[in-house]
Each structure stands twice: as C-alpha cells, then as structure tokens.
Design a protein around this ligand. Structure first.
Ligand code: NAD
Length: 480
C-alpha cells in the first residue's frame, strides 16, 4: 500500500440518511473489503418502515417546494457548491471506493472525476430549462413547460457506485426532483458520503435521502406508492422485476442494464493504438463494466498477429489490491461474483489462451482470461460474465462482422477499429448499440446521452436526455 493514502474513518454502522436524520436500522449487512475479505463496517437493511420514512421525507420536500420552487439560479449555485465539495473530497471518495469495491485506486479516481464532471455539467441545467411556444390563433397563447416528475427512486449497482450515483442524482436535482437513493449492498459507502455532501452544500434536508439494504429494500422502494420515477442500473434480470413493479403503478422507468459488447478490429486498424487500450476495454474494473468489450471480433488476416501480441500484454497486467497502486486487475467485488465468473470458466468452453482459474484468497481475484475457439452459441459467447474474461472470434467480411456484432440480445455499446472513414461511419450507423466508439473505447462525455437498446434497457443518463427523464411536459393554452 502506498504511504500517501489516508484511510477513511468508518463508523461501526454507517447510517442511512432520511431527511436530516441518520438511521442505523435494526438488521445489518457487513460491508467487506474485497481485497482482504475483512469487514469495513456494517449498514442497516432498510425494511418497510425505513423505506416509507425516506420516501415520505422526499415527498414532503417535493410537496412544499423547498427545492423545485427555488429560483433556478439558486439550484444551480447549490449544485456548483456540491461540485466544489466533491472536488475537495475527491481523494477520500476514491480511497473509499477502492476499499469498498476493490477497483484500482487510479480507476476509482477516474470514476470520481467522471461523477464530478456530471455534477458540474448538470449544475447549468436548471437555468437552461425551457419550454416551447406553439403556433396558435391570434387570441391564444399555447406553450409547454417541463416540471419535475416528483420523488425519484435511484437504484444503484456495485460496479460504479459513486459515478452512477452522480450520473443519476445530478440530473434529478437539476430537474427539481427529490430523491431516495438505494446503493448496492456491496458498495454503499460513497453514495452515503455524497448524500452528506449534499446536505453540507446547503441542499435542503429531505431533498436527498439514502436507504441502505439489499434487493428486498430496492423492491420496497420501487413499489412505494409515492415514488413517481424509477431510475435503475443493474442486471437485466432485476431490471425486468423493477419494470414489472413500476408497470403495476404506471410509473416511468429508466433502465441501464447489462451488455455483451462487440469490439471489432478490421484489417486496417492501428494495432499500436488498439492493443494497449484493451486494459480499458475489458480488463479495467476487472471486467465488471456494463460496457465491457467482452467480444473481440478480429479480421482473419490479423487474428494471429493480434493474439500473439495480446497474450503477453494481458499476462503483464498487474493483479493486486486496488490501493497498491499500478494495479490493473483488482479483486472482483464479492465472493458471489468470483463464484459466478468461475462458474463460466468451469464450463470449459473454447480454448484458454491465458488465465482461466480464480486465484486463492484472501481477496476475490480472477486473472485476466482470454478464450478463443468458442461456438457462437456458447454461454461464454452470449452471456454477460461480468469478469475479466475476453472472448475472441474472427470474421472475413464487413457484413459478417456486423452480423456477428449484432447477434446478441444486448445493445449497450460497440467498438470499431479502422482507419477507413467510410467503414467507420457505416458501422456506427448499423451497429445495434446505444454507444459506438471508433478507434477508442469506454470514453464518456457528460454531454453525450448514455444508455442501451434491446435487453440493455432504455432511457438515457447524461446529456439533456437525462434531465428530461426526470421531468414531465405540461401543455398550457391561454385564451383571451
Ligand atoms: P443487480 O441487478 O443485482 O442489483 C442492482 C441494484 O438493484 C442493487 O442496488 C440491488 O440491491 C437492487 N435490487 C436487487 N433486486 C431488486 C429488486 N427486486 N427490486 C429493486 N431493486 C433490486 O446488479 P449488480 O449486480 O449490482 O450490477 C451489475 C449489473 O449492472 C450488470 O448486469 C451490469 O451490466 C449492470 N450495469 C449496467 C450499467 C448501464 O449503464 N447499462 C452500468 C453499470 C452496471
């Protein structure tokens, strides 16, 4: 561990935030450091009573207008203040994220920076909010206004705990909503800190509430009658349940779900640029990324060269605790996740070029693994493994590459490596994915909407679309 890192103080029980009150709850879940398997702290498992208290606090804050009725400039200033506090706490947040999730500290710093960028970006949204004036008769004035939808339930995954909290919270607040956040039970710590920073910034109590707990807590939250919008990031399986619960009450949902993204390398690709990027495409965050380019599609003419160069690169990636510094492959988030990834490797599908077996503990480490020779129907070829496992395929023609890329139930992201501009644009148009990266991968921009199609979900984070997702359009006609 580098000596410049200060470890944060954690309470024995990290409390939830309901209005201004800190609640510990009555049943507890241990929060583990995935690099050591040691208990960092515990969180309460919110039940019906705690979820109800949090939603009612948010509903009261919405009803009395303590947030939505503030002048837009004031809401902007409070979000700017929040960004300043997050910037000041960035290193502490990154250390906390690494302790909680396991990811390398450099990756955690990058995540905090992306979350911070989103808060800064959305701070400007309240003053840009505008409706439209419709053409109408001379004795009529007809216009639209966008209004906050009400209490939003923000349900978070464990792979990007802070970044996704910020990606959801900032546009929700910019829209004028009040929120109840439900972080993943494995990684609740940075969302709890973010909520504290909201209070410290001067965002009125009750506007941002956090309940901790597992899937049961999430289910209680999304079916609460006062919740008016659900923004969920997580697995496709749970996304379906969330959508069904929301359907029962006709509540709109944004679903950011899983992926099995193709990364296509054409014969004319700049391999010197592409190969070092692989640590970001698939192996960063130990493959626990919804956008992971987990299917590498190689033009047959360069397949052997790519694999010859790729394997030594993969084998040189440093595996270790995220706080050690210089690590690419940290532990997976939990024993369950390691068992899940190992269960895919145990299928013994295809040929293992490197990696293939979880490492002995302590810590939930799985080495970066490359599989070739898989049938297109193999489970490892089709299902989201959510670990450091790259599957490799080859193709002969552009049409074949496109068909293989789109032959998945998912549609979150895709990568294209080519120096042919026409081919790049053709692929961007034809790939079934919410995001396409050309000659890069996993790059995010707060102004660019992010989300999926097909089983990867619908609705968008980031960009103007994210704020719209937390609003309703009202049409007004005035006669005289
Ligand atoms: P998960 O679906 O197991 O859990 C996500 C969250 O939902 C957690 O907070 C969990 O407690 C809660 N939850 C569980 N059951 C629930 C229920 N019935 N009702 C309401 N909430 C419930 O997902 P995970 O394992 O934390 O995250 C990994 C998944 O998230 C992967 O599939 C990954 O692809 C996906 N993901 C998608 C994106 C994206 O933007 N598309 C981003 C990150 C992660």
């Amino acid at each position: 561990m580098t000596d410049t890192i200060n470890l944060p103080m954690l309470a024995e029980i990290e409390p939830m935030l309901v209005g201004e009150k800190r609640l510990e709850g009555s049943e507890f879940i241990p929060v583990l450091n995935p690099a050591t398997e040691q208990v960092l702290t515990r969180i309460g498992r919110a039940g019906t009573a705690e979820v109800d208290a949090a939603v009612r606090a948010a509903a009261q804050a919405h009803a009395d207008g303590r947030w939505r009725k503030l002048p837009p400039e004031r809401r902007r200033d409070l979000l700017v203040r929040l960004a300043e506090l997050v910037a000041a706490a960035a290193e502490d947040l990154a250390v906390l994220e690494t302790l909680d999730n396991g990811k390398p500290i450099e990756r955690a710093r990058g995540d905090i920076a992306l979350g911070l960028d989103a808060i800064r970006y959305f701070a400007g949204a309240p003053v840009r909010a505008a409706g439209q004036v419709a053409a109408n008769a001379p004795d009529r004035h007809a216009y639209t206004m966008r209004q906050p939808i009400g209490v939003a339930a923000l349900v978070l995954p464990w792979n990007f705990p802070f970044m996704i909290a910020a990606w959801k919270l900032a546009p929700a607040l910019a829209a004028g909503c009040t929120v109840v956040i439900k972080p993943a039970e494995q990684t609740p710590l940075t969302a709890l800190r973010l909520a504290e920073l909201c209070l410290a910034a001067g965002i009125p109590p009750g506007v941002v509430n956090v309940v901790t707990g597992d899937g049961g807590t999430g289910a209680e939250l999304v079916r609460h009658p006062l919740v008016r919008k659900v923004s969920f990031t997580g697995s496709t399986e749970v996304g379906r349940e969330v959508m069904a619960a929301a359907a029962a009450r006709i509540v709109p949902v944004t679903l950011e779900l899983g992926g099995k993204s193709p990364d296509i390398v054409f014969a004319d690709a700049d391999l010197d640029r592409m190969l070092p990027m692989l640590s970001r495409t698939i192996f960063g965050h130990s493959g626990q990324m919804c956008t992971a380019g987990s299917r590498l599609l190689l033009h047959r003419s360069i397949r052997d060269e790519v694999l010859e160069r790729l394997v030594p690169i993969v084998e040189s990636l440093k595996i270790g605790p995220g706080l050690a510094g210089g690590v690419t492959i940290g532990p997976l988030v939990s024993a369950d996740q390691r068992a899940r990834v190992q269960s895919y490797l145990d299928l013994a599908e295809g040929t293992v070029l490197t990696g293939g077996t979880a490492l002995p503990g302590p810590g939930y480490f799985v080495p970066p693994t490359v599989l070739t020779g898989l049938s297109p129907d193999a489970r490892c070829a089709r299902e989201e493994i959510f670990g450091p496992v790259l599957t490799v395929f080859d193709f002969d023609t552009d049409e074949q590459a496109l068909a293989m890329a789109n032959d998945t139930e998912y549609g979150l992201a895709a990568g294209v490596w080519t120096t042919d501009l026409g081919r790049a644009h053709r692929m961007a148009a034809e790939l079934e994915a919410g995001t396409v990266w050309i000659n890069t991968y996993n790059e995010f921009n707060s102004a660019l909407p992010f989300g999926g199609i097909k089983q990867s979900g619908f609705g968008r984070e980031l960009g103007d679309a994210a704020v719209e997702g937390f609003t309703v359009v009202k049409s007004v006609t005035v006669a005289w």
